[in-house]
Design a protein. Structure first.
Lengths: 253, 308
């Protein structure tokens, strides 16, 4: 194992986060605060509670997930796409580094950054609402595994993308609808039966539901299903990556 | 001594169907400077990219110090430094960080003293805290060389290192190359500047259309393929080459003031003695004579032209 290389990639990526601190950290904090003002104050005034949880607190896990997913996909994809775009990828490809080490470096940094921002949002949220975490270990499980698997997913997108449009396609066009329709701001019990059924095909519903359960012990789906879904997603991402490593897809061809 | 790099029957066909390499075999000896010459699209960069691990080969093998570049990539890539053709740099990084990053990538523990030496050797020390985007093209090129040297490689690939580099920088770059060779580093360079290859390389390889046309010791190549030209300046101009000299295929140039005679140094008889005798017999008075060795460029054009 080339530990020096993993450390080099990881800290090199984290250094970029430090350079773009304003964009990386301040911007999600501002947007989350806006969500709390708009949804918490305006809508929360009309919806007092959902399943016994105050509305402001209820939306917090969904807001964290929204940022976590977009940040992790964005960081994971950009981290590997940018060297491809500028051409500096030659150096990583010509180094004595296995693909697993490359992934550990890039995905580790992307997930770390996502977790940092998720934590900041959690702290910001606690300024607006009373938060309690009923199952801290489960919360960490969902938080970390979601960050890792979506950073992996982002990494795959970064390898696949041939231009900036493709790079932004999934984080901009696919993830927000899935998060918004995945029960971030409501319980799916509030939907008509048809849309409830449709919602069950949305994988993000399971993530948000499981994550919310770890806070308040209320969920749209059984938290065991949620844990299973995230593990399945992680396995799928790892399998796709294994295939990419074996074939050199869009990296060494 | 076993070659440090041994390429056998290497082929590469890209997904588009383009055959970049067609069964290339090449041995590179330890400590030599090998210049790879070839027109654009000849396969030079593909060959280097496969040896360095950037591109997967379609067939054949490459051994670096006895290790297979695919199977034992950790051993081979740790020994190799690569300076790519394109000026690809992380615009927002500092010189120091980007060179330190390269060393870490190659699995070496941090060694600020070595990085300092490399930067000083390449006259980059005073720029170590500058962001790469602030540097000129020539300095960026030197940063790429510094990155390639950061992990103390035994084999260094320089892909068109002097493209777009001014004369003085080019000279100082070759001084660095000379010092590296003196320290035992094997150097493989590709270049369009044939005079460079002629000046610094020990051996010359010519590649075209994905095939190695020849690999020869530079001096042997020059003497084997080198043609010479005898130029005879005349005291009085001639209207035409005299009939009696027609067998020498002379060319009359300079408004009849000069006769040009091409001859082959490797031939048994160059024909110079008899030509001079024949000139005297024909009553042609000579003012001066000089000879010129054909350059590597002439040889290159000849080889590549013959391969077409």
């Amino acid at each position: 194992m080339n530990i020096e290389a993993i450390k080099s990639i990881y800290f090199f990526e984290m250094a970029r986060t430090r350079r773009t601190l304003l964009q990386s950290v301040v911007s999600p904090v501002i947007s989350t605060s806006l969500y709390f003002i708009v949804f918490g104050a305006a809508i929360g005034a009309r919806i007092q509670e959902i399943n016994g949880v105050s509305y402001g607190a209820f939306i917090t896990p969904g807001l964290i997930m929204l940022t976590l997913l977009t940040q992790c996909i964005g960081n994971g994809s950009f981290g590997i796409y940018f060297p491809k775009f500028t051409g500096t990828i030659y150096e990583v490809l010509s180094s004595p580094v296995s693909m697993i080490e490359i992934v550990l470096g890039y995905v580790g940094a992307a997930a770390t950054k996502g977790l940092m921002i998720g934590t900041i949002i959690l702290l910001t949220a606690s300024l607006f609402v009373d938060l309690s975490i009923a199952h801290p270990l489960a919360m960490i499980f969902f938080f970390v595994l979601t960050a890792v698997s979506f950073s992996l997913f982002g990494f795959i997108i970064g390898i696949w993308a041939k231009d900036f449009e493709q790079l932004n396609l999934i984080p901009m066009l696919v993830i927000p609808p899935l998060v918004f329709l995945g029960g971030s701001f409501y319980s799916i019990d509030m939907l008509p039966p048809f849309w409830q059924a449709v919602s069950h095909f949305n994988p993000v519903l399971y993530l948000i539901s499981g994550f919310r359960w770890s806070f308040f012990e209320v969920s749209d789906v059984n938290p065991v299903f949620s844990a299973a879904i995230i593990l399945v997603f992680l396995t799928v991402c790892l399998s796709v990556l294994a295939w990419i490593f074996r074939t050199g897809y869009r990296l060494r061809n | 001594m076993a070659p440090i790099v041994s390429v056998s029957n290497l082929s590469k066909t890209y997904a588009s169907g383009f055959k970049a390499l067609k069964g290339v075999s090449l041995d590179i000896e330890q400590g030599e400077i090998l210049a790879l010459l070839g027109p654009n699209g000849a396969g030079k960069t593909t060959l280097i990219s496969i040896i360095c691990g950037i591109v997967n080969p379609s067939g054949g093998t490459v051994l670096v110090n006895g290790h297979d570049v695919v199977r034992d990539f950790r051993e081979t890539r740790a020994m190799i430094g690569l300076v790519p053709q394109e000026l690809t740099t992380d615009a927002f990084e500092t010189v120091w960080n980007t060179v330190t990053f390269s060393r870490g990538l190659h699995g070496k523990k941090p060694n600020p003293a070595h990085i300092e030496k490399v930067l000083k050797d390449l006259s980059l020390w005073d720029k170590k805290d500058n962001m790469l985007r602030e540097l000129s093209g020539g300095m960026k090129r030197r940063v790429l060389i510094a990155k390639a040297l950061s992990h103390e490689p035994r084999v260094l690939f320089l892909d068109e290192p002097t493209a777009g580099v001014d004369v003085s920088l080019r000279k100082s770059m070759w001084e660095v190359v000379e010092r590296l060779r003196a320290s035992g580093v094997t150097i493989i360079l590709t270049t369009h500047y044939i005079e460079e290859a002629e000046e610094i390389a020990d051996r010359i390889g010519v590649i075209n259309g994905g095939e190695i046309l020849l690999v020869e010791d530079k001096t042997a190549l020059m003497s084997k393929l080198g043609r010479k030209q005898l130029r005879v300046d005349l005291s009085h101009p001639l209207d035409a080459v005299p009939e009696t000299l027609s067998s020498y295929n002379l060319k009359l140039e300079g408004d009849g003031h000069c006769l040009i005679y091409d001859y082959d140094t490797s031939a048994e008889r160059t024909g110079i003695t008899s030509l001079l005798a024949a000139l005297a017999e024909a009553g042609v008075r000579l003012k001066d004579i000089s000879t010129r060795q054909s350059s590597l460029e002439d040889i290159f054009v000849e080889i590549v032209g013959a391969g077409r």
